[in-house]
Write a protein that binds this ligand. Structure first.
Ligand SMILES: NC(=O)c1ccc[n+]([C@@H]2O[C@H](COP(=O)([O-])OP(=O)(O)OC[C@H]3O[C@@H](n4cnc5c(N)ncnc54)[C@H](O)[C@@H]3O)[C@@H](O)[C@H]2O)c1
Length: 682
């Protein structure tokens, strides 16, 4: 087990960033100490948290009692002696290297030897902050984005001397607080600011050259990048001087191309005001503006991957999660086409006499490969990671194909495999839009092929020589729960949750849910879960044997290795008795009654509120889907697993051909309640 286990957090600096980071940690239910220079500054930071949460209550995001609970997790102090028991410190003091080094020196003295020290610096090297501590091996960069309680992105930065185990623990500690971590080298601007700041700067250069006015540049940028705010509006919101300082740092460290435009410096030093956004856009100038902003983005993104600062995938995730662009730089390159993208980047490289990044120079017209599934290593295991955090790692044919390829390659590596997802969700299910598009286009065979391929992949996962462990850190819904069930072992974090919502959208679980679930938890409880769509937390899932273990985030990786060490799991044949007293009434009810009996009112709940709720939930589902699921349960239960799984494919067309499928799936996308045909009645 790692010597670094993060349970208790501390944040140093109760300013804009620090108070937001502490708020997020507390909101996720974890204890955090917020430290500043004196009690007044601490109180100010606590006040920022309180008023942000209060606004959340007014907007209906939080209930007042939740706010009480969150505030109960934060303790403010100016006494550094209270940091002795803390496992991870996040420093967010002024952006001044001397001040940060002082803080790190002191942290080295007051924290315990296994405490990880993180810095939220935007412009210094992590190694320079680490240099003053007696333990540089446990220093990492943790670069959050404003507003840190809402923006999920965090760049996790190891410097040359960072201990791998400390890095991994810091990463897991970000997952534990609901963040989406990406990896960055210890390099100027890390990942996102490296291209975002030049993007802002280039907007000012366009203005300076008279290529377009502010209103036109903002309008064109919004359209080209499909974003809500253009560069000038963004600078006004986040502070024009911050953009200039960031460009200064990049310019000093990297190249004159990155240095602030003269007009940006003038705006900060002489005009000393926000940009004037007024005016009407001149639509004829769209291409001039869009091509330049895209060119800068393409050049820098490809360059930072060339330099090994980040991967193609993390660079894109950074843009989508951190900046809320609808596509990352490499997706944009593939959208405009490599030749065109290269030509756009060339306007930058030729002007500044910079070499074309190799990634862009060597790419062919098929585009830059973007891995939605990444194979790597985690501890002693081969890791296979679904890497679409902003799409909750939803399954679609492309993800499926890449998952299959990664699993095949992993199996031949001779180690156990850990299957995970990046961000807050493990896998939130299948891509619903894919189903809707094909139902509307009357191309059901695509749905069949996707499901059959998915089944084939999942069948191939268990019973191999190498065990596969599902590392379920967050939400596993529908196809996500089914994927976990197909693994040999399931290890869950306390934040994991499982559910089978399919009957509520007019279909049944088609990736083994109606067959593997009863073999894990017993037929009656499987029926309960599929008929009601009830979502289970990790603890409940453990109670009924849906997962093999629930462990804190800090122990997840070690627990996955431990289960992989047990080898492949023996075939699960289903339990005959209820696994826990808490579930007996549900077990008995669903063991005794059919869907028709339950919905026809023949099945007496005896006034048990849990059963009454189950019946109510069933009455909102598609009756067609419920009955088809029931048929699959009852027929499949007596068969060998492989034969039983075939039944789900056999009936697939029937369930998708029923109008409830299109209605249920479309309603989900449209955010409304479905109106099923021949609705089930309680
Ligand atoms: N603001 C952003 O958008 C943003 C984004 C990412 C990273 N950052 C980085 O986060 C850090 C903090 O930025 P901010 O905007 O929150 O600054 P801020 O000025 O709002 O807050 C800094 C806080 O640190 C406290 N502080 C200063 N010296 C201290 C010391 N020795 N011990 C304890 N507390 C001390 C100050 O009293 C203040 O409350 C900076 O390194 C900045 O570069 C900022």
């Amino acid at each position: 087990m790692s010597e670094y286990e993060v349970q208790k957090y501390a944040v140093i600096g109760a300013g804009n960033m620090g108070s937001g980071i502490a708020q997020k940690i507390a909101t996720e239910g974890l204890p955090v100490v917020l430290v500043d220079l004196d009690d007044e500054k601490v109180a100010r930071g606590m006040g920022i948290i309180q008023s942000t949460l209060q606004k959340g209550v007014e907007r209906g995001i939080f209930k007042p009692e939740q706010v009480e609970r969150i505030l109960g997790n934060v303790s403010g102090t100016s006494n550094w002696d209270e940091l002795g028991e803390v496992d991870l410190v996040i420093e967010a003091v002024f952006e001044d290297l001397g001040v940060k080094q002082q803080v790190f020196q002191r942290l080295g003295e007051v924290t315990k030897p296994s405490c990880i020290l993180g810095t939220n610096t935007s412009s210094f090297y992590v190694k320079d902050v680490a240099a003053v501590t007696p333990h540089p091996e446990r220093v990492v960069g943790l670069h959050y984005f404003y507003h840190p309680a809402m923006n999920r992105l965090v760049e996790v930065i190891g410097h040359e001397g960072t201990d791998r185990a400390a890095y991994d623990a810091a990463w897991a500690a970000q997952e534990a607080i609901g963040k989406t971590p990406i990896d960055s080298a210890d390099a100027p601007g890390f990942v996102v600011n490296r291209y975002f700041v030049p993007w802002l700067n280039e907007a000012v250069r366009l203005l300076e050259e008279g290529a377009a006015d502010i209103a036109t540049i903002d309008w064109a940028a919004k359209r080209a990048f499909r974003i809500g705010m253009g560069p000038f509006e963004l600078m006004n919101v986040t502070g024009v001087p911050i953009a200039m300082h960031a460009a200064n740092t990049l310019g000093e460290e990297l190249h004159a191309f990155y240095a602030p435009a003269a007009k940006l410096v003038d705006q900060v030093e002489n005009v000393k005001e926000n940009w004037d956004l007024s005016g009407e856009p001149d639509e004829s100038k769209f291409d001039v503006v869009a091509d330049r902003l895209l060119g800068v983005t393409f050049y820098v993104a490809a360059q930072l991957v060339d330099e090994g600062v980040s991967s193609v995938e993390d660079t894109d995730i950074g843009a989508r999660v951190g900046l809320r662009w609808s596509k990352g730089p490499f997706q944009l390159i593939n959208r405009v086409g490599v030749a065109q993208a290269r030509a756009m980047a060339e306007t930058i490289t030729s002007k500044w006499e910079l070499p074309m990044p190799k990634l862009l120079a060597d790419a062919d017209e098929s585009g830059i490969p973007i891995q939605l599934v990444v194979k790597g290593q985690r501890g002693g295991l081969t890791s296979v990671w679904i890497n679409r955090p902003d799409a909750m790692n939803a399954l679609n044919p492309e993800v499926g194909a890449q998952l299959q390829a990664a699993l095949d390659a992993a199996q031949s590596e001779g180690r156990g495999v850990v299957l995970g997802g990046s961000g807050k969700a493990f896998i939130a299910g299948a891509d619903i839009k894919f189903f809707v598009d094909h139902l509307r286009a009357d191309t059901f065979p695509e749905i069949y092929t996707f499901t059959a391929d998915g089944q084939k992949m999942l069948r191939g996962m268990s019973g191999n020589q190498q065990p596969v462990v599902a590392r379920v850190q967050g939400l596993a819904l529908g196809g996500g729960s089914e994927t976990a069930l197909a693994c040999d072992w399931i290890v869950a974090s306390p934040k994991a949750s499982f559910g089978f919502p399919e009957t509520g959208i007019g279909i049944y679980p088609g990736l083994g849910g109606t067959q593997r679930l009863p073999r894990r938890v017993g037929l009656p409880l499987a029926k309960y879960l599929v008929y009601t769509g009830q979502i289970l937390g990790a603890k409940q899932a453990a109670e009924i044997g849906l997962v093999d273990a629930v462990v804190p985030f800090s122990e997840l990786d070690a627990a996955c290795e431990e289960f992989a060490g047990k080898g492949v799991a023996p075939a699960r044949t289903g339990r005959e008795r209820c696994p826990s007293e808490n579930w007996q009434a549900i077990w008995d009810y669903f063991a005794s009654y059919s869907v028709d009996q339950i919905l026809g009112g023949e099945a007496d709940t005896g006034g048990n509120p849990v059963l009454d709720k189950a019946v109510k939930r069933m009455s909102q589902k598609s009756l067609n889907a419920l009955k088809q699921a029931e048929r699959l349960f009852n027929e499949g239960h007596h068969l060998e697993l492989n034969d039983a799984l075939d039944l789900e494919l056999r009936d697939l067309q029937e369930v998708f051909a029923h109008p409830d499928a299109l209605e249920g799936l479309s309603a989900l996308i449209e955010g409304r309640r479905p109106e099923f045909q021949a609705p089930a009645r309680a």
